[in-house]
Every structure is written in structure tokens, then in C-alpha cells.
Design a binder for this molecule. Sequence first.
Ligand code: ADP
Ligand code: MG
Length: 453
Amino acid sequence: MNANTLSEITNLWNKVLSECENKIDDQRIFDAFFKDTYIHSIDGKSMIISCNSSLTTTILHDKYKDIITSIVDELTGTNFEVNFVTESELKDTSKKLVIDDKPKFFTNCFVSPNYTFDNFVVGPSNKEASQASLIVASTPGKLYNPLFIYSQSGLGKTHLLNAIANYVKETNPTMKVLYCSSQTFFEEYMNLIKDRHTNDDLKDYIKQFDFLLIDDIQFFQNKKSTEEFFFSIFEFLKANNKQIVLTSDRSPIELKELDPRLQTRFTSGLPISILKPTTEMCKEILMKKIEGSGLSLSIFDDEVLDLLSSKFKNSIRDLEGALNRLLFYANMNHLDHINLDTAIAALQSLIDVGDSKNKVSEQRILNIVADYYNLSVGQITGKIKTGQIVNARHIAIYLLRTMLDVSLKHIGELFSNRDHTTIMHSVSKVEGMLKDDNQARIAISELKKRISA
Ligand code: ADP
Ligand code: MG
């Protein structure tokens, strides 16, 4: 069948619709999304279907395109490329339509399904960044625009960007998310220039997204034409309440080589930094990664987790690297349990072992004293001044000072930054107790035995 005249076209579409109505179980879906559509034009093998809203174009395109195309092809005996466009887009003739089925740009950009909010450990160093990310993912374009996350490398920026994309995909699948690195953005733009194409296609392509997530924006510095191009897209998206999230290895103010207009835009949104994690966070992340990879925590001695989390706080990427190396080492040596000696042997090139032995012993003394007095390490090193805690604190300080080669200053730092005279006072206090307090003498000798065991 040929569809040439207006009445033939109308006739064809009516037949397509009635076939669709038969095939779609839910009449409400048909009424809401199919009923008011019509063929706007046929050009060669391309058929443009006019829809009354962008939601309809999205639904028809994402969910029903295959059914519709097969019905059209069956009725016409031709392989049509069916595209859905809103009436308002069709009216705006000055605008080039983006009707290509497959994205022509950013074909190498993929969101990693492994980076989610669920497996992102939140602590004091990243709480703001993670909360703000969740807010923009659930209420895009409203509050913080752009959200600008910055930190040193390895602290979770890329993880959060992917988490936003995954969250939107799951909770709001009709929203379109473009996630890419600034290098990819730059390359896409340069390819256009190289081929002497107009950049309108790329601009139109990007403008259809509800989220633009660009990683490592610092690479835009000193790339004048890319910055210029990005600026115009930025202004458009922001004016249309589309959400922009950017990451960088430094704050907007420190992006000194960036176009000053961009710099002010970035500052005016919400710049948030991620700081280095605490040891506790590192330990939690480590445990999550271990469990996430299907291993049991029970194959690790707790001291091993403490060693890793205290040694690799500067970068979670390094922390993961150390864990991987440790697992590799254990595997090569057919070990099914990992103790401190194994960890030190596996990681000796990554860490200063002498220092780590000391660190671990410090931790060991604190753990054993805490255990002995039924307290937490935090209580012992903290500021509370009740009798039992103060007593345990004096003893822990005394043991650290006498069993290890560490300075008063360093011990002070371990104990909530007390100054060295306070530490000295604890040591002499325990020396006094050893002379005339039998119970204290017994306790200390028992503790020493446990620590050296
Ligand atoms: P950045 O982009 O800041 O350099 P990434 O997001 O690539 O850092 O993080 C490096 C690695 O550390 C990733 O594997 C990521 O999953 C992990 N990571 C970082 N922060 C966290 C966190 N808070 N919880 C869990 N994993 C984290
Ligand atoms: Mg990154």
C-alpha cells in the first residue's frame, strides 16, 4: 500500500492505531498516549509522528516504537523509520529536529551500575556532597544548580555522579541523563570542528537531556572554544531548569584558567567539597567492598582491616588497590585466612612497615585496655572524665609510653590532642599506683601479658 495523499495517510494511521489498540492491554495507556497522535510527514522512509506532549514522545519512543514500526511495516510493506516529535517542536521550524533513533554523540559514555547511593558509605567527610547529590537526583533543577563537587582524586566524585544517574534511571526512567567526562565532551566538540560541521546538532542533542553530569571539569581550562560552547549549553539548561552536576579536582575559585563567566556560574550554584575520610569510614568502606565482592569478612583478622583503613586514608582508590593486592597475595599463596603478618608481607612495598607495626601496636594496646575495662577505644581516648574511664586512660597512656617508642606529643595526639604535660601526668600517676596499689599492679601486669602475647 502506498501512502501518498492526505486521506491515504490519515487512513493508514487510523489502521495503525486500531492495531495498536488491539495489542495494548491497558486501554488507559492507549487513550493517554496513542489517541491524539497523527502522521506529520513522510519523507522517503522516514515517518514523523506528531505527539501532543514530550511525555508522549518519550513513552512511545521508549516503549512502543517496535510495535508501532512493525504494524506500519506490515500495513505498508515498507521498512519505515518511525520518529516521534511534539507538536511544539514541529511548529518551531527554525529548530533542527533531533529525531535520530540512535545517539550520534557520546556513544562511549556509560554509567557504571556498580556505583550507587546504596553502596556509598557516608561519613563526616562526604555527608554534604552525598546529601546534595541525592537531593538533585530526586528534585532536579530546583535547588542546587549547578551542583559542583570537588575533591582530591580517589574520594568518590565519579561514584556520586554515577549514583545520581543510576538513581534517576531507577526512580524516574523517562528522564534523560547525559553523563560524560570533560575529555569526552571536549573530543565530541573537536570532532565536529574537525569535520567542519555546525555545532548546532551537538547543541540540540545535549539540550534534550534533563541531567547533564560532567566529570573532571578542570580539563576545560584553557580550551577556549569548548568553554564557549559549553557556556551556551550551560545557560540554556539552567534557564530550562535542567540539572547540571559537575565535578572537579579543585574548587571553582581555584580554576584560575577557566573562563571567568563559567567560574562565577559554578560558584553561584552549590560548590561542595569531599574531604579525606576518617579511619572509621575507611573501615566501613572496606567491609562493604569485601562483602560486595562476595567474600566473608571472617577471613580477615580485624587488625588487618585496621591496618588498611589507617594506612590508605588519602584515597579510597588506593584503599581498594591495597585490598586487591592483599587478596591476590592470599590467593597466590593459597591462604584462606588473612592475618596481620600476611597483610604486612603483601603490602610492604605500599606502606612503611616499621611504622605500621607501631601503629598496629598502638591500636592493639588501646583495644586490649578497652576490652579489659569493658569500654570502647573512643571512650578511652576521648574527653569524658568519670573515674573508671580516667583510670583506664591513665593506664593506656602509661602502657603506650613504656611499651612503645613513641613521643609524649604523639600520645597526646592519640588522646584527643591533649598536651604533653597531661600525658606526663598520666604516666607518673600510674607509676605511683604501681608502688602502692596492689589491684592496679595486678591489672597492669595482666594487660602487659595480653599485649605481648
Ligand atoms: P574520584 O572520582 O573522586 O577520583 P572515585 O569516585 O573514582 O573517586 O572513587 C574511587 C573509588 O573509591 C571507587 O571505586 C569508589 O567506589 C570508591 N569510593 C569512594 N568513596 C566511597 C564511599 N564513600 N563509599 C564507598 N566507596 C567509595
Ligand atoms: Mg573521578
